[in-house]
Design a protein around this ligand. Structure first.
Ligand SMILES: [Cu+2]
Length: 453
């Protein structure tokens, strides 16, 4: 049992005080009729979200860069078809990675359902090896738990297995292969269950972001699933600046659901706004127990929902705060593995895999190392001066606005993409006119070239 520090004890006492003071407020949060909160503004928002198959009155979850999984209804059962298969995914412009996913997507398509639904997922295995699907956090019968041998036979390549269960929970859940290395190849997706009666207060925008990390060596396209160091960090299968910004109208209430299936915990930090942590991977947190943060630690296999009112206009960064997770394709800038033709092979041990520690011994970025290749990203005329500073070089600045332009990036400051690297994206809190403009571009699927802005 963990030892309580004085700070812990103070926190517990504070929480108890809040609970006692709030009385029955905890329960009211769950029983607020949705019609009471259902404004015209809300209805207008729902019209903007045509992909939803949800009943009227629900705000659909947007999972940028990940499609929704469609369903049919057969005798009252929502039927989904889920296919595990190899996928090529462009993490960054021109950087196509060989990963494993579902229905052509990594992460897999989002399953969005409602508490009380009867759900059947007809699962087909198009992978070259056996697999199963586990429904993480769902309270389902043991035969549906998706653990090889223990709860079901392996689904062999080419085989199909039907999962069927009734949902009595609500919140942010997920599905994944229950084979460790397959998880590292990308086999995960959202399984979001809306409550039958809306949470209170209702949100205007609801987003879902899946956090993953990959070790893909230079000159390779296949992740090294044995690695413990990672050089591509993704949100919904895209590395910044290729991540799609979250577009919000000034004044809206926003929920962001984070989900982490990787080898590290990710402290996700939002600029400019405090938020409340309102949910975990086990569902809703009672209102009286919400606590404010601006950086939420999303541990491995955990989900965290946060909510805030978008009070301050601007393009606000949302990113993992681990410094190495705010970079792309990190390799030594001075070591031999950065050189063309020197990529290291996957499937070897740690040292040969990412190999940074061993390789770094051969060269360093200290002053006087004449064998170091010249840094190519700084002006030559200042190089002599720069090199006298111990530690130089550190950061590269490589904006690529045009390569990642999309409707959601319209009107962002020139060079913005240089700041959005790795596990990073942007929450765009837009004033009404700009919001309308961006939404119309999104609806038309149209990116405007910079000249016409
Ligand atoms: Cu991180």
């Amino acid at each position: 049992m963990p030892r309580l520090t004085p700070i812990d004890i103070v926190k517990v006492l504070a929480l108890l005080a809040v609970i006692l003071a709030s009385g029955s407020r905890v329960g009211i949060g769950f029983t607020q009729p949705q019609s009471a909160q259902h404004s015209e503004h809300q209805q207008a928002l729902e019209k903007e979200q045509p992909e939803s198959q949800l009943p009227r009155g629900f705000v659909t979850v947007q999972t940028p860069d990940i499609p929704k999984l469609a369903h049919t209804i057969e005798k009252g059962v929502k039927v989904f078809h889920l296919i595990a298969e190899p996928v090529k995914r462009e993490f960054l412009p021109g950087r196509v990675i060989d990963v494993w996913g579902y229905n052509g997507s990594v992460p897999g398509p989002t399953i969005e359902v409602v508490e009380g639904d009867r759900v059947r997922v007809v699962f087909h295995n198009n992978l070259p090896e056996p697999t199963t699907v586990h429904w993480h956090g769902l309270e389902v019968p043991i035969e549906m738990d998706g653990v090889p041998a223990i709860s079901q036979p392996m689904v062999l390549p080419g085989q199909t297995f039907s999962y069927e269960f009734t949902l009595h929970q609500n919140g942010t859940f997920f599905y994944h292969a229950h084979m460790a290395m397959q998880e590292m190849m990308g086999l995960i997706g959202f399984f979001i269950i809306h409550p039958r009666v809306s949470y209170h207060p209702r949100v205007d925008k609801d987003f879902g972001l899946i956090l993953q990390e990959w070790a893909v060596l230079p000159n390779n396209t296949i992740p090294n699933t044995m690695a413990m160091e990672f050089n591509l960090l993704t949100i919904n299968g895209k590395a910044g600046p290729a991540t799609t910004p979250l577009v919000v109208r000034l004044g809206e209430r926003v929920r962001i659901r984070f989900l982490n299936l990787s080898m590290d915990h990710h402290p996700m930090h939002l600029h400019g706004h405090q938020f409340y942590v309102t949910g975990t991977e086990a569902g809703r947190i009672p209102n009286a127990l919400w606590f404010p943060e601006n950086t939420v630690l999303v541990g491995v296999a955990q989900a965290r929902a946060v909510e805030f009112v978008a009070k301050y206009p601007g393009d606000w960064m949302l990113h993992c705060h681990l410094p190495h997770h705010m970079m792309n394709q990190m390799v030594s800038m001075v070591g031999p593995i950065a050189q063309a033709g020197h990529g290291l092979k996957t499937g070897m041990g740690m040292e040969e895999g990412m190999g940074l520690a061993a390789q770094e011994q051969q060269v360093s970025n200290l002053v006087g190392q004449s064998e170091s290749p010249r840094p190519q990203h700084h002006e030559a005329e200042s190089e002599a001066t720069q090199k006298r500073v111990p530690g130089f070089p550190q950061d590269m600045w490589m904006p690529m606005d045009d390569a990642v332009a999309k409707p959601e990036t319209y009107g962002m400051a020139e060079g913005w993409s240089g700041a959005i690297q790795g596990m990073s994206t942007v929450v765009r809190v837009l004033r009404p006119e700009m919001y309308k403009k961006v939404r119309s571009l999104m609806a038309a699927g149209q990116s405007l070239p910079r000249e016409s802005r």
